[in-house]
Design a protein around this ligand. Sequence first.
Ligand code: NAI
Ligand SMILES: O=C(O)C(=O)[C@@H](O)CO
Length: 318
Amino acid sequence: MTTTQRPRIGVIGLGSMGMGMAMSLVRAGFETWGCDLREEARASFAGAGGHAVATPAEMAAEVEIVLTVVVNAEQTRAVLFDDNGLLPGLKPGSLVISCATCAPDAVQALGSDLAAHDIHLLDAPISGGSVKAAAGQLTIMASGPATLFARADSVLDALAAKVFRLGEGLGQGSQVKLVNQLLAGVHIAAAAEAMAYGIRGGCDPQTLYEVITQSAGNSWMFENRVPHILAGDYTPHSAVDIFVKDLGIVHDTAHRDKFPLPLTAQALSQFTLASAQGLGRQDDSAVIKVYPGITLPGTAANDAGFDFDGGPNDHGGA
Ligand SMILES: NC(=O)C1=CN([C@@H]2O[C@H](COP(=O)(O)OP(=O)(O)OC[C@H]3O[C@@H](n4cnc5c(N)ncnc54)[C@H](O)[C@@H]3O)[C@@H](O)[C@H]2O)C=CC1
Ligand SMILES: O=C(O)C(=O)[C@@H](O)CO
């Protein structure tokens, strides 16, 4: 890359978040490569003016900065190091920006392993959901050396309304993201429980939403997720299994440090129950379906969670 040229960018993982991020980069004028296992995601991205490829290896020689927006640390390692991964094709000195929500120690280990190949890493988890990803209005909770931020600034600015620099060390961004995930998961579980309780008590769901969003019980997650419940539309913007993962990481890291997180444990249990009922790939608001004896908007009576005889209903996949 010369100083006058904009860096050529790769985005691996064109899902709920990565697709909007890759399209934001195209819109901002970056020449952008997008990679996904799913053919329909590649076709959408190619239609939006990006270069679409099926494997990371196919973009490796073309790009200087790569964002990984796959689900977890295991998938992030796979797109870098497995057969058809970015390495060994990625040029020495290139920068990888890790955006998946991962445990801080997993990001630190990734940084060490990449450094052995002369590849740099920024820890840069994201927040705001698919709508803000598509609008280039994310919050990014990043950490890493200042020299890497200088290289990444124009890219991060195209993706985010706010980029927080949380320190020089890898893992510092991810630790803050885990605090956000604790709150996000607990707030979604609480929003679902509150709506289930209100419906059971005979409240009109739409009216309940209007009252709560104008009252002290509101939260960003209540306001953002309850409309999915009201529409009876569980198309995943963020899946139930994302919170099984994220609250699992929060729970496990705290447990390792012998730090009690009783609210996190309870919320994790609710998402795990939903996943066990076959709802893992539905929108995370589907966690409301675990509550018995309520009729949710858009569903027939007794089609919402466990039947009274104790058998789980089959709501199908996403
Ligand atoms: N969905 C949301 O609202 C938010 C998600 N996040 C985090 O962002 C990350 C991505 O989440 P989502 O976009 O929701 O997940 P997603 O499941 O919608 O997207 C992941 C994409 O990665 C692709 N993929 C997986 N392995 C691959 C491989 N080897 N090669 C190429 N493509 C591969 C999948 O096909 C999928 O399209 C996760 O870590 C999540 O926790 C963070 C903030 C908000
Ligand atoms: O935006 C975030 O922050 C989130 O983690 C959620 O929207 C769901 O993963």
